[in-house]
Write a protein that binds this ligand. Structure first.
Ligand code: AMP
Length: 212
């Protein structure tokens, strides 16, 4: 059996299910989950210098400048000796080039989803402020839309999941991140997954890709 892949990135528009899939995959495969969005939200919550600067971009749905992101993630990638699953990074060709200089990826899984579906899903997304679990009111509505069934924490809507910010995030995705699809395809690393199906079906596809 070919060895399991351990240097992996998930690509796809906001709302494609990268975070949900990443959590499941790292649990199964024992990799480190590196979500640039989660790391940034943590910096914002702690009101660090990086968090304060990053938030001025995040609340508009713009990308945080490449230099800040690369400095933030480099050490975490280098420390993930058993392997990592990147979620939300790289998001620009410059970030991909910087990543290549740190360590080469083995595979990039592209979870595809249309703009209409992105908007529909993200407006219904809720995140537990206690345990970080992600719910979608369309697909897995909790009995009470404001309480997490796992830990009883409050379920909140991310500020950048409001309708006008979502549209901008998709524009930013098309302009800055979608070019990475061809970038990685040309390098023979890209594998496509249809993000419009159930999350279980998507997980099965990703595991099949990663297990060769
Ligand atoms: P996400 O949770 O991945 O949707 O990220 C939320 C926000 O954090 C994005 O809209 C950006 O403002 C910022 N962000 C996350 N990852 C990156 C990245 N790799 N490069 C630039 N900005 C990022």
């Amino acid at each position: 059996m070919p060895p399991q892949l351990t240097r992996i990135a998930l690509l796809g528009p906001p709302g494609a299910g990268k975070g949900t899939q990443a959590k499941r995959i790292v649990e199964r495969l024992g990799l480190v989950h590196l979500s640039s969005g989660d790391i940034l939200r943590d910096e914002v919550a702690k009101a660090t210098d990086l968090g304060r600067t990053a938030n001025t971009y995040m609340e508009r749905g713009e990308l945080v400048p490449d230099g800040l992101i690369i400095d933030m993630i480099r050490g975490r990638i280098e420390a993930a000796e058993a392997g990592f699953l990147l979620d939300g990074f790289p998001r620009t060709v410059d970030q991909a080039e910087a990543l290549g200089a740190i360590t080469p990826l083995e595979v990039v899984v592209n979870i595809g989803l249309t703009r209409d579906e992105v908007v529909r899903r993200l407006t219904a997304r809720r995140v537990c402020e206690g345990c970080g679990k992600i719910y979608n009111l369309l697909y897995d509505p909790p009995a009470d839309a404001s309480i997490c069934p796992s830990c009883s924490g409050r379920l909140l809507q991310r500020d950048d999941d409001k309708a006008d910010v979502i549209e901008n995030r998709y524009d930013v995705y098309e302009r800055s991140t979608a070019p990475l699809i061809d970038y990685y395809r040309e390098r023979g690393l890209l594998r496509d997954v249809d993000g419009s199906r159930s999350s279980d079906a998507i997980t099965a596809d990703i595991l099949a890709i990663l297990n060769g």
